[in-house]
Design a protein around this ligand. Structure first.
Ligand SMILES: [Zn+2]
Length: 221
């Protein structure tokens, strides 16, 4: 089973991806981790990627696809995967489809977790970050630190990442930027009849709803 998850920042995608991969025994692929792994592996693709990152250059979609291809060939991904963080626009979505088609492993389902702008805004401005610069782990309402105001990893103090009042406009602008990129992707996967839209406003029930949709199609695949 090949699943793709996407949504706005603070839609809780990472948490859902982790839980899905555990429950369905699928490999959990986030773009940032796949890239990180590739630069450490030292393959030709990984070296190309590392050089681009070191020079501060934008990584072309073709290189991202090569890195994902390399990862998908590993035994870790043979039972299937839950991917998120990629694609970020429709041209990347087309490249991904092409790759998965060539591998004979097309996407089974694409889940868009939809959250209202108002709730996203609240979640984004309430994002907290570990004050230890070498850690900088992010926390938010859906995944707060286990112990109040102290980082789970390094025990340093956790602080608000943004000043809520000062950054409301900035956060709104950022949100709009994401919508402009995501909306065409929603249409793209809708046209391909792969898309399931899940209401992500109530984080207590979102995961169960995503799982229900997957169970419904599991009988088909
Ligand atoms: Zn920390």
């Amino acid at each position: 089973m090949q699943l793709l998850l996407f949504g706005h920042p603070s839609a809780g995608i990472d948490t859902i991806g982790t839980r899905l991969s555990n429950q369905l025994q699928l490999s959990h692929l986030t773009l940032s981790e796949v890239l990180n792994e590739a630069t450490q592996r030292g393959s030709q693709t990984g070296t190309t990627l590392k050089n681009l990152i070191d020079r501060g250059e934008l990584v072309p979609a073709a290189v991202l696809i090569d890195v994902i291809h390399e990862k998908l060939k590993t035994t870790e991904c043979s039972a299937g995967f839950v991917l998120h963080g990629f694609p970020k626009d429709t041209s990347q979505a087309q490249l991904l489809d092409q790759l998965l088609h060539e591998l004979g492993r097309p996407l089974t389902l694409v889940v868009h977790v939809q959250v209202s702008a108002q709730i996203l805004l609240e979640r984004m401005i309430n994002r907290q970050i570990c004050s230890n610069k070498s850690c900088n782990r992010i926390y938010h309402q859906l995944a707060p630190p286990h112990q109040d105001n102290h980082c789970d990893l390094c025990r340093s103090e956790v602080v608000f990442q943004l000043n809520p009042e000062l950054n409301r406009d900035l956060t709104l602008a950022k949100l709009k930027g994401y919508c402009d990129r995501l909306d065409p992707m929603i249409e793209y996967y809708q046209r391909r009849k792969l898309l399931s839209i899940i209401d992500g406003n109530n984080s207590d029930v979102t995961f169960a709803n995503v799982l229900d949709v997957i169970k419904q199609i599991r009988g088909v695949f």
